[in-house]
Design a protein around this ligand. Structure first.
Ligand code: GCB
Length: 593
C-alpha cells in the first residue's frame, strides 16, 4: 500500500483535527440504533490523531471496553469531482474500525497498527460528506495482540460491566491513532511499487516491479532514479526491470542516503498520466553464524525496544515526539530500535530512513503467553488457533505491503515472547514464518523469545536468535552478582543450540527517576546503572552477540496492577523524554563501542 503523496497530479487533504465523539455504553447500541445514519447526537470533542483514553477527566472513558464513535465532515472540492479517483486512507485505527460515508459502510478493518483505505470516488459529492467511524478496543484470541473480554456481574457493580484482559505489558490505548487523509489519483494509476536492491562492485542493482490499475492498462511506464541532489542517475522503461546505478551511494546505519524512484505512468502531457515518487536506499543484508551484516560489514545493534506512548495523546502520532526520540537516539549513540510490539507509524519509518536508523519491524503478536505458574497451553483450539493464524498472516502481509521499500527495515520480527515451549507453537510459527518468507526474500526473520533455552521449540525457524532477559529483576531480584554468570551461560547456550547470531532484545530494570540509593537497591537510578553494566559485561564476552537493545527507551503506560506504578519504569528516559542516570552511562559505552 503506497503512502499518499502530493505532486502536480495527486492531491492530499488532511482530515485531522477535532472530531465529534461519543462512547457507546451498551456495547452494540450504536450499531443497533444505526448512529451512522444521522449526525451524532450528544457528542463531545475529540482530537484526531490521538488515543481517546487520557484526553478527558472521565475514568469511565479511560477504562472503556467496547465501541466508541467518531464523526467529522469530509469536504470534497468541486475540482476533485471530474476524472479523478478519490481515496480515503486511515494510518491506523486501534483495534477495529467500521467506516461509514454518508451513512453507507465503506470500509472495515481489524488490527490496530496498519493503514487501510477505500476508494470513495462513486460515494462522495462535492462539499460536505458525513464520515462516521466506529472504533473498538476489544481483543479476543482471534486478534493480535490477543486478549479475552467478558461481561462481569458482581454485587458491587449492580448493572454489570465489560472487562478486557490482556497478557501484554502496555496500555491498550484506543482511538484513531494516525492521520486520516483523502487523496486523489488519476483514473489510471500506479497502485504499487516494489524496489529491491543488491550491490555489485561499486554499482547498485535496483530490481523493481510496478503495479498499475484503473481505466486504461495500455499506458507506458517510465522510471527515472534521482540522487539526493535531484540529478537523474539512471532510468528504466516498463513495469518491471533492473536498473543499474553506477557508483551507487549506499544507505547505511548512521549514513542514510536516499534515492528517489520516480515513476510516470502514461505520456507526460496526457490527461490520464500518473506520477509517483518513492524514496529508497541501496543496501544489502546478510546473516552468518555469528554476525549480522549490512552492506557486507558487521553491524552491531545498539539501541532499544520502544513504544509509541506519551502523556495525554497515548499512542496518537506526534511528530514532535518522534523527532525528539530520534534526537535522543542519536545523542545516545544508538543506531537501531525494535518496533516493540507493533508496527510504528509510517512517519516514524520515514524518519528512520532519512536519519539512518536500523529497524527490527515487529507485528503485534504479543500476549501469546499467559505468564502464570502452571499455565494451560496457549496454542490450542480455545486460544491461539486457526483464526489467529489467519489474522497473523494477514497482518504480516499488510506490514510487508506497507514497509517493504524502507531501507531502515532490516529484519522482520513475527512475535514477542510467545509460549514457545509448546509443541503446537512450532506448527503455528512454521506457517507464520513461511508466510513472511514467501513475501520477502531479502530480509532475515526473527521472533523474540523469553522461555528457557532448553524449552524453546521454535527459534530454529529464524535467522537470528532474539532473547529477552531479566536476571536480577524478575529472577533473583536485586542480586546484581547473579547477572554476569547467568547471562553469559544463557547466551552461550542459545548460540550452542542454534548456531546463529544472538541479539539481546530486552534487558532492563524499573527505575524511578530521582530515586537514589547507595549501595544500590532495585528501583534506584544506581541499580539501573549497575544492572545494565553487569549485563553488558556478559554480552561483551560473547563474540556471537550481534546486538543489545535495552528495555526500554522511555517509561510507558501499562494496564494497572501492583507491579506497575504509573506504568512501566524501565525507561532510560522518563515518559517526558528526560534522561535517568543510566542514559549517561550507556551513552558513554555506545559512543565508544
Ligand atoms: C518483557 C516484554 C515487555 C515488558 C517487559 C517488562 O519481556 O516483552 O513488553 O514490558 O518484559 O518490563 O516486564
Amino acid at each position: 500500500m503506497l503512502y499518499p503523496i502530493e505532486n502536480e497530479i495527486r492531491q492530499v487533504k488532511s482530515l485531522d483535527g477535532i472530531w465529534r465523539f461519543k462512547k457507546d455504553n451498551q456495547m452494540e447500541q450504536g450499531f443497533e440504533e444505526k448512529w451512522y445514519e444521522k449526525p451524532l447526537k450528544g457528542f463531545s470533542d475529540m482530537p484526531v490523531p490521538a488515543s481517546y483514553n487520557d484526553i478527558t477527566t472521565d475514568k469511565e472513558l479511560r477504562d472503556h471496553v467496547g465501541w466508541v464513535w467518531y464523526e467529522t465532515d469530509a469536504v470534497i472540492p468541486r475540482s476533485w469531482m471530474k476524472d479523478q479517483r478519490i481515496v480515503i486512507r486511515f494510518g491506523s485505527v486501534t483495534q477495529h474500525a467500521v467506516v461509514y460515508l454518508n451513512g453507507e459502510e465503506i470500509a472495515r478493518h481489524k488490527g490496530g497498527f496498519l493503514p487501510f483505505e477505500a476508494d470513495i470516488t462513486d460515494k462522495v459529492h462535492e462539499g460536505k460528506n458525513r464520515l462516521t467511524v466506529a472504533v473498538s478496543n476489544l481483543l479476543d484470541w482471534s486478534c493480535i495482540p490477543s486478549g479475552e473480554y467478558k461481561f462481569v456481574k458482581n454485587w458491587l457493580y449492580p448493572e454489570g460491566h465489560w472487562e478486557q484482559e490482556y497478557f501484554f505489558d502496555f496500555f491498550n490505548y484506543s482511538g484513531i491513532h494516525r492521520p486520516v487523509r483523502l487523496y486523489t489519483t488519476p483514473l489510471s494509476y500506479v497502485s504499487d511499487v516494489t524496489v529491491k536492491t543488491t550491490i555489485e562492485g561499486t554499482d547498485g542493482i535496483v530490481s523493481y516491479e510496478i503495479e498499475t490499475a484503473g481505466a486504461s492498462s495500455e499506458q507506458p511506464v517510465h522510471v527515472v532514479i534521482r540522487d539526493e541532489q535531484g540529478e537523474v542517475v539512471a532510468h528504466g522503461e516498463g513495469q518491471k526491470g533492473k536498473i543499474i546505478i553506477n557508483n551507487a551511494h549506499l544507505w547505511g546505519p548512521g549514513a542514510a542516503y536516499l534515492y528517489q524512484f520516480d515513476i510516470t505512468y502514461g505520456e507526460n502531457s496526457a490527461e490520464n498520466t500518473d506520477h509517483y515518487t518513492l524514496p529508497f536506499g541501496v543496501r544489502t543484508i546478510e546473516v552468518t553464524e555469528k554476525e549480522f551484516k549490512i552492506n557486507g560489514k558487521r553491524f552491531y545493534f545498539k539501541g532499544f525496544g520502544k513504544h509509541e506512548d506519551s502523556d495525554i495523546r497515548g499512542k496518537g502520532l506526534d511528530q514532535a515526539l518522534n523527532v525528539r526520540d530520534a534526537e535522543l537516539l542519536k545523542w545516545m549513540g544508538a543506531n537501531s530500535f525494535r518496533t516493540s510490539h507493533y508496527p510504528y507509524s509510517e512517519e516514524m519509518m520515514q524518519l528512520a530512513d532519512r536519519q539512518g536508523f536500523v529497524i527490527i519491524d515487529e507485528v503485534p503478536a504479543v500476549g501469546m503467553n499467559l505468564f502464570i505458574p502452571n499455565a494451560p497451553d496457549v496454542f490450542t483450539p480455545e486460544r491461539v488457533n486457526e483464526k489467529t493464524l489467519e489474522h497473523h498472516k494477514t497482518v504480516l502481509r499488510e506490514l510487508y505491503q506497507r514497509d517493504k521499500n524502507h531501507p531502515c527495515v532490516v529484519m522482520w520480527s513475527v512475535t514477542n515472547e510467545p509460549h514457545s515451549s509448546e509443541e503446537s507453537a512450532r506448527t503455528y510459527f512454521t506457517e507464520v514464518v513461511k508466510q513472511i518468507r514467501s513475501l520477502d526474500d531479502t530480509r532475515p526473520v526473527t521472533g523474540v523469545m523469553c522461555v528457557d533455552v532448553q524449552e524453546d521449540n521454535i527459534s530454529q525457524l529464524f535467522d537470528v536468535v532474539c532473547i529477552n532477559r531479566y536476571f536480577a529483576w524478575y529472577l533473583h531480584t536485586g542480586r546484581i552478582e547473579t547477572i554476569y554468570p547467568m547471562m553469559k551461560k544463557d547466551l552461550e547456550d542459545w548460540h550452542a543450540k542454534y548456531h546463529k547470531p544472538v541479539i539481546v532484545t530486552e534487558y532492563g530494570a524499573d527505575t524511578i527517576a530521582g530515586m537514589h540509593k547507595l549501595p544500590e537497591v532495585i528501583f534506584s537510578e544506581e541499580y539501573q546503572v549497575s544492572y545494565l553494566e553487569e549485563n553488558n559485561r556478559a554480552i561483551d564476552s560473547c563474540d556471537f552477540v550481534a546486538g543489545e537493545h535495552i528495555w526500554a527507551f522511555a517509561d510507558f503506560m501499562t494496564s494497572f496492577g501492583l507491579r506497575r506504578i504509573d506504568g512501566n519504569k524501565k525507561g532510560i528516559f522518563t515518559r517526558q523524554r528526560q534522561p535517568k542516570a543510566a542514559a549517561f552511562a550507556i551513552r558513554k559505552r555506545w559512543l565508544e563501542k
